[in-house]
Design a protein around this ligand. Structure first.
Ligand code: URA
Length: 446
């Protein structure tokens, strides 16, 4: 086999065989295929696409390029949840204890934030003492006893994705549905859960700009899941505004905890209830969505989900005094209020701009090496559809940096205020699953 032949095949729009795909991934991981050759092949895939069969084979080859996690020592149904990345997306922090309170086992491996999107691990590490490193034995024991654990992805999980993603990032080949789907699904499959809920986001703060693109990506990933005999469902959610009101690590932990105490923002609470209900249906612990939602709400009102969150944090070394008393958390040195310069209705957010602003304030990383200020970030005072009066505070920025004046002064451009009123947008637009017997997608409109 020869890599040049494989590149020529894809360049000429021919489908690659399983052997060709395996050869590429294996030899690239061993260093026998050069970055410039893989770059050429990635661009040919980006331009000419892949058939389903090729995507399944690529996912499998990538999945087998590193460790495959065995979760069989964990009793019960193991569920995972993955978001394609958003701004203010702290869902795992509140959702996982809620579903764990109803019997789902959450054995989750998460990632760090980069660029405009945040990462669950960074949010958790903003709790003093919290460790995302557990031995495999302690991970299993934690999930069995508490119902949940969230740790960092092992260094050896899907080695091919580590190399390929870095290459795609610098060769203009990130925005390819076959490459995104195989990258995400190889990691989710290798992480070993029976059921996987994908939150595929679209809009001004997401990889996928349109709902149609998000649906196409979601369908490919759901079909990959079905091919590998897992129950994978995908919810399509809008990132046309940040999720909830808080963006930034400590601020988001506090918002997630408030949500577990029944004081969360409406859209974020709704996402947790809807996602949780889908996970409970996937786990076959419920067969009625409404009943599942009702019981999820009860995990909040009874305090059960909050108790699980406290146990989870304590078990991983986190100091729960901070969770019980937010005033202990460090505060950012500077605070800037951004005020509306006209009256009207908030009709659009530049959500990616909000994510980038938060990064510049210190809450995120521009490069992998950057250090995060956990207390930095943004609190929104207004959301889409809200009425605004001239002089109202639209958002408050928190930072420890004194050299971000230009970013602060352009922050008001991140929202559009118009005369026309718009309706509050839906949180979850639809849930996509696949009926393998009938060979068709099922789309539930929320
Ligand atoms: N997230 C991933 O893990 N992979 C991609 O290709 C895009 C987003």
């Amino acid at each position: 086999m020869d890599i040049l032949e494989i590149i020529e095949s894809k360049k000429n729009k021919r489908a690659l065989s399983k052997e060709q795909i395996n050869y590429w991934i294996e030899e690239y991981c061993k260093g026998n295929i050069k970055d410039y050759q893989s770059s050429a092949l990635l661009m040919a895939i980006r331009l000419n696409g892949m058939e389903k069969r090729e995507i399944f084979n690529l996912t499998e080859a990538m999945m087998n390029s590193g460790d495959i996690i065995d979760l069989s020592p964990i009793d019960g149904v193991k569920c995972d949840k993955h978001s394609t990345g958003g701004v203010g997306d702290k869902t795992s922090l509140a959702l996982c204890p809620m579903v764990a309170a109803l019997g789902i086992k959450v054995a989750k491996m998460s990632g760090r934030g980069l660029g405009f999107t945040g990462g669950t691990l960074d949010k958790l590490e903003s709790i003093p003492g919290f460790s995302i490193l557990l031995s495999p034995e302690k991970f299993v024991q934690s999930v069995n006893s508490i119902g949940m654990s969230i740790i960092g992805q092992s260094d050896n999980l899907v080695l091919a994705d580590k190399k390929l993603y870095a290459l795609r990032d610098v060769t203009g080949t990130v925005d390819s549905i076959p490459l995104i789907a195989s990258s995400i699904m190889s990691k989710k499959l290798a992480a070993g859960c029976n059921c996987i809920l994908l939150d595929v986001k679209y809009g001004s703060g997401a990889f996928m700009r349109t709902k149609a693109d998000a649906e196409e990506l979601a369908k490919v990933m759901v079909e990959i899941g079905c091919h590998f005999k897992r129950d994978v469902r995908a919810e399509i959610t809008s990132m046309n505004q940040p999720l909830g009101l808080a963006v930034g690590n400590i601020l988001e932990v506090q918002e997630a905890v408030n949500t577990l105490l029944g004081k969360g923002p409406k859209d974020f609470t709704e996402l947790c209830l809807s996602s949780g209900a889908t996970m409970l249906l996937q786990a076959k612990l419920y067969d009625d969505r409404e009943k599942a939602r009702k019981d999820l709400l009860e995990t909040i009102t009874s305090g059960k989900a909050y108790e699980i969150f406290l146990k989870f944090v304590e078990n991983q070394g986190g100091d729960i005094r901070y969770i019980k008393d937010f005033s202990l958390f460090p505060k950012a040195e500077y605070k800037h209020e951004i005020k509306a310069d006209r009256s009207g209705y908030l009709t659009a957010f530049d959500t990616m701009g909000v994510g980038l602003l938060s990064m510049h304030l210190g809450a995120g990383r521009e490069t992998k090496e950057d250090v995060i200020d956990y207390d930095a970030g943004i609190i929104l005072n207004k959301k889409l559809g809200d009425q605004v009066s001239k002089g109202d505070v639209l958002m408050t920025l928190y930072t420890d940096r004194c050299n971000v004046e230009d970013k602060v002064s352009s922050a008001k451009n991140l929202v559009t205020i118009s005369d026309e009123m718009i309706l509050e947008p839906k949180v979850v637009e639809e849930v996509i699953s696949y009926d393998d017997k009938e060979k068709k997608f099922i789309i539930e409109e929320e």
